[in-house]
Design a protein around this ligand. Structure first.
Ligand code: APR
Length: 316
């Protein structure tokens, strides 16, 4: 098994480190275009420490994409964040999208050339748009391309619920559906504490507040950090998906996947519960939603449709 990580910034750094520490594959490689050779440096740092933790994983980083050759699983984090340019101006959302799609085209080229059969988990933002572009470029079977959002959003929801209820977070199960934007949908009816409905432990008002906080949780961390965005929890969330695939767990979790008629959606990438196993997305689960949840889901679908249309309009 070989895992390739694309983009060796904050998230990529945690991914490589954890893959080596958890011994998830015999080979792991990292590619990043940042100079002099960021990924080589990060991998050398980890390789030199590997004897201390007795992890005999072969870790290799490079600026060139051939380092990912033959990977079975790719995790993509390549992108640029929204930050001021050296001249002080801030790129518009559209400019940022165009830049990130260009990067995604380079990522796609690398995957097509060096590991066309790999299963791809993408983390880079804007999540829905980038997964949509990867799909346009790679045209993989539906099982093999997915985005990470729901596992992280659900984890945030679980954390807030556990704290409010005063119980172990191991007891809290939750699922967040939809796009990875402000209108994502924490599904209250699917939130359970030790198998019991969450409302038994937390009031409806508190749940409203928790759900609102979940939708804004990424921004909350961004504000506190001052620069950059959350990077440990997104990496762990992607590894939760990777482990389900590597160990053929058949684990159910919310994943951004292409719908083909399910939930009345055709062609868009939306976060829904799936079964993850060795083949990737092995099954899509259609949840029973209340009328109110259906309405909110439709809103989320509309914004994913908007960002997918934007991707189509940004020429290659
Ligand atoms: N190929 C490989 N790597 C690239 C490319 C490319 N064509 N273009 C940019 N990169 C690298 C950058 O050099 C940088 O090191 O991607 C890395 C991104 O790292 P960070 O800026 O530290 O971002 P990070 O916090 O890791 O988040 C990565 O995931 O959650 C999303 O919003 C987040 O889109 C961002 C992505």
């Amino acid at each position: 098994m070989k895992i390739a990580v694309i983009g060796g910034g904050n998230i990529g750094g945690v991914l490589i480190q954890e893959i080596v520490r958890r011994r998830l594959a015999r080979y792991v490689s990292l590619v990043d275009v940042k100079g002099p050779d960021l990924s080589k440096g990060k991998c050398l740092d980890i390789a030199e420490g590997a004897p201390i933790i007795s992890s005999d994983v072969v870790v290799e980083g490079a600026k060139e994409y051939d380092v990912i050759a033959g990977a079975d699983l790719v995790i993509n984090t390549a992108g640029v964040p929204r930050a001021a340019r050296p001249d002080g101006t801030i790129p518009t959302r559209e400019e940022l999208l165009a830049t990130n799609l260009k990067i995604t085209d380079a990522v796609s080229e690398g995957i097509s050339k060096f590991c066309p059969k790999a299963i791809v988990i993408s983390i880079a933002n804007p999540l829905d748009a980038i997964v949509y572009r990867l799909n346009m470029n790679l045209k993989p079977s539906r099982e093999r391309l997915m985005g990470m959002a729901g596992v992280l959003d659900s984890s945030r929801y679980r954390y807030f619920v556990a704290k409010e209820a005063g119980v172990s977070l191991e007891n809290v199960e939750a699922i967040v559906l939809g796009g990875h934007g402000d209108d994502m949908l924490p599904i209250r009816s699917a939130c359970r504490i030790a198998g019991m409905p969450v409302e038994k432990f937390v009031t409806a008002e508190k749940l409203d507040a928790i759900e609102a906080r979940t939708r804004q949780a990424g921004g909350e961390v961004v504000k506190l950090l001052g620069s950059g965005s959350a990077f440990v929890s997104p990496a762990w969330a992607a590894l939760e998906m990777a482990e389900a695939i590597i160990y053929d767990k058949k684990k159910i979790m919310p994943v951004c996947t292409q719908l083909k008629g399910e939930y009345g959606v055709d062609g868009l990438f939306i976060g829904v519960p799936v079964v993850l196993g060795a083949k990737g997305i092995e099954k899509i689960i259609v949840m029973d939603l209340t009328e109110k949840e259906k309405e909110a889901f439709a809103k989320s679908i509309a914004s994913v449709k908007k960002s997918s249309d934007e991707v189509l309009s940004v020429a290659k």
